[in-house]
Design a protein around this ligand. Structure first.
Ligand SMILES: [Mg+2]
Length: 253
């Protein structure tokens, strides 16, 4: 088994170290990750400056680009053979509900999927950038059997990436896994008005509080109850029910 591992917290993050340690007993690990924090860069590509891969060790590269750049370069330039799986993370903080639309961690798995490679995103739901990461390092003991199981499924789901969130509990406190749907979250107070040193208005996005809503099988409920949340995601955003039931308003255009 050949794994490509990347993340959006940067190659020095604890989370990617944890994912590498968890995957190494299962196959050959190739790491291509951003050289710095790239959280919330979503699926962006770097078009306006060239990318310079820097080799840190054997099968370990850092790139001055986004998670999406990393997957593209790894698969199309740096790896001798295509990976069997792209693993992204472990992100420092949850990626549930609408988070998946902003997340570089999830986007790296999306890029893997777009290149035709089965892909899994991993996040440790320990909060936001001020996350309580106390139990992150212990998650290796949870991740190795989880990765082994997910990568040995008789048929990995087609056109789908798996978005995995780990509950912020000690590794021996994880109750099991649930297959979930995306919940929905609303941030309050995350746009902070401030003044710059020249007394002009500026705004800083971050912090605030989160309110979650969703069905009983939502991702955030599994996490709140101490379960691993596994949400299957696909890239096709088409609203198929509208195609079937929207009437003929578009004929009048
Ligand atoms: Mg991140």
């Amino acid at each position: 088994m050949r794994f490509l591992i990347t993340n959006d917290d940067g190659i020095l993050a604890h989370g990617i170290e944890c994912l590498v340690e968890a995957a190494e007993p299962l196959g050959e690990v190739f790491v291509v990750a951003p050289d710095r924090e790239q959280s919330a860069t979503s699926h962006s590509l770097t078009l306006h400056h060239p990318l310079r891969p820097v080799r840190r060790a054997e099968r370990r590269w850092q790139i001055d680009g986004t998670p999406t750049d990393c997957v593209m370069l790894a698969v199309e330039a740096l790896m001798d053979e295509r990976p069997d799986f792209v693993l992204s993370g472990v992100n420092h903080g949850q990626n549930m509900g609408e988070d998946v639309l902003y997340s570089g961690t999830v986007a790296a798995a999306m890029e893997g999927l777009a290149l035709g490679i089965p892909s899994i995103a991993f996040s440790f739901a320990g909060g936001d950038l001020r996350a309580d990461l106390t139990h992150l390092k212990e998650q290796v003991s949870v991740l190795t059997p989880l990765i082994k199981h997910l990568t040995s499924l008789p048929t990995f789901p087609a056109n789908t990436l798996l978005n995995v969130n780990l509950p912020p509990v000690p590794a021996d406190g994880v109750k099991g896994a649930r297959l979930t749907r995306l919940g929905s979250r609303v941030y309050s107070g995350s746009l902070k008005p401030m003044r710059d040193p020249w007394d002009r208005d500026i705004f800083w996005i971050g912090g605030g509080s989160i309110t979650w809503t969703g069905e009983p099988d939502s991702d955030f409920r599994a996490i709140q109850e101490g379960y691993i949340s596994i949400t299957p995601l696909h890239l096709d955003l088409t609203n198929y029910s509208m195609l079937e039931s929207s009437g003929n308003w578009w004929r009048e255009l």
